[in-house]
Design a protein around this ligand. Sequence first.
Ligand code: SF4
Length: 52
Amino acid sequence: MVYIDPEECIDCGACVPECPTEAIFHEEEVPEEWHRFIELNASKARECPPAE
Ligand code: SF4
């Protein structure tokens, strides 16, 4: 599982087409049924060490 830090993300969109499960959306385009994951992602991004 990978989380995207919303404070670090510059919304370039480069990761969106690279995700094999099409699980990445710009925040304004997250489907309604997955809105709960917006805060979960932000919370987990703060907890997890950055990828190297
Ligand atoms: S590649 Fe994805 S996570 Fe990284 S800055 Fe661009 S939109 Fe944000």
